[in-house]
Design a protein. Structure first.
Length: 366
């Protein structure tokens, strides 16, 4: 045994690692290769966990809704945030209970009749198209619709896991409540993992994204309520069947821009023509009237002040996420696109010098 080995053993220290690369240039290239491998690995992991990540983003969207209501209550009620969050949750739960107990029986009866009316009106439409020379069979339409629904159901079940979409909704609600109750804990946790020089930029971007999310969702909720109420009132005034159900569906589908309005309009018109041509034309008028109010009055006044999204880009994102993740991806496409755009705008502003960061402030802004 050599003297060097004896000295190392007696002092308790170990020698140089056999994996150490002595050549500096080779060592730098090895680090670059390691970085690229890590990036590819993270990207592959993100793809593998994409469904779970989408559920987490859904929880963030739900938490933003709660946070928006909590902030609104804070303007009139000077109480702690935890109490305001509890009030928002209690009021939301009370509304759902009322919807199930008082309106559920009528809506369930109408929902049972809706498929038969839609199928009957579809047959009438196909017969008219055949008289005009179009070679369309009802079996072809039902086959295509069945395939589409089967594909969407498969993807949706994959998101929800073994017990279905209910588990997904429960996870979204539970995680969202935790995020809304104490958002600063999670924000500081993410900032803590960043270098000090980047923490102020992170807080600034997170603040802009949170503001944009709240404004966007506030516009969506207001639009859902107004569209649902207007649709129900105008259809009930004329005596259109299933006015309550159509109003509820219109309000719920209003959360999904573009495609939601189209689906609710198709259902509304099909039910309207079941009562005659005059009623069908009236439902077409109601549809365009409600969508005009939402598209040219509510959205410009509320949502587009925060995030102005191009309709074609929103529709393309919805189609892609809808194919990949089913109904959940379709519903979250608009908020996800808004967050990406806000983050890119924040970075562009920093690069242009609008947002200066000297790296001295690593705490959350007041």
């Amino acid at each position: 045994m050599t003297k060097t080995t004896k000295k190392a053993d007696s002092s308790g220290e170990i020698g140089a690692s056999p994996a150490r690369i002595r050549n500096p240039e080779l060592r730098a290239e090895a680090w670059r290769a390691l970085v690229w491998v890590a990036i590819v690995g993270i990207a592959a992991l993100a793809v593998y966990l994409s469904q779970s990540l989408l559920v987490i983003f859904g929880a963030i969207v739900f938490a933003s809704m709660i946070d928006g209501g909590t902030r609104l209550l804070g303007r009139v009620l000077k109480i702690g945030r935890a109490w305001r969050v509890m009030i928002v949750l209690v009021l939301s739960s009370a509304f759902l209970v009322w919807l199930v107990l008082f309106a559920g029986s009528q809506i369930s009866r109408e929902a049972a009749e809706l498929p038969a009316i839609v199928i009957n009106q579809t047959e009438i439409l196909l017969q008219w198209a055949q008289r005009q020379g179009f070679e369309i069979e009802l079996q072809d339409v039902t086959g295509v619709a069945g395939n589409l629904m089967s594909g969407v159901g498969t993807v949706t079940r994959a998101i929800g896991g073994l017990v279905g979409g209910l588990t997904t909704m429960v996870l979204i609600v539970i995680i969202g409540i935790y995020l809304a109750a104490e958002p600063n804990i999670y924000e500081r946790g993410v900032a803590w993992m960043l270098p000090r020089a980047h923490r102020r930029n992170f807080y600034h971007t997170a603040s802009r994204m949170g503001f944009a999310m709240r404004r966007l969702l506030f516009g969506r909720i207001v639009g859902m309520v107004i569209e649902g109420l207007f649709t129900w009132a105008m259809l009930a005034l004329y005596g259109v069947p299933m006015a309550a159900l159509l109003g509820l569906l219109t309000g719920m589908l209003a959360f999904i821009p573009n495609l939601g309005a189209l689906l609710s309009g198709i259902l509304m018109v099909l039910v309207g023509f079941s009562g005659g041509v005059d009623m069908g034309i009236y439902t077409i008028f109601v549809y365009f009237f409600v969508q005009t109010i939402d598209g040219y009055l509510l959205v410009p006044m509320i949502a587009r002040k925060a995030v102005d999204l191009a309709p074609a880009l929103v529709l393309a994102t919805q189609l892609v996420l809808g194919v990949l993740f089913g109904i959940l991806g379709l519903a979250l496409a608009d908020p996800l696109l808004a967050m990406v755009k806000t983050g890119l705008e924040s970075r562009a502003d920093r690069l242009d010098g609008d947002t200066e960061d000297d790296g001295t402030n690593d705490e959350a802004p007041a």
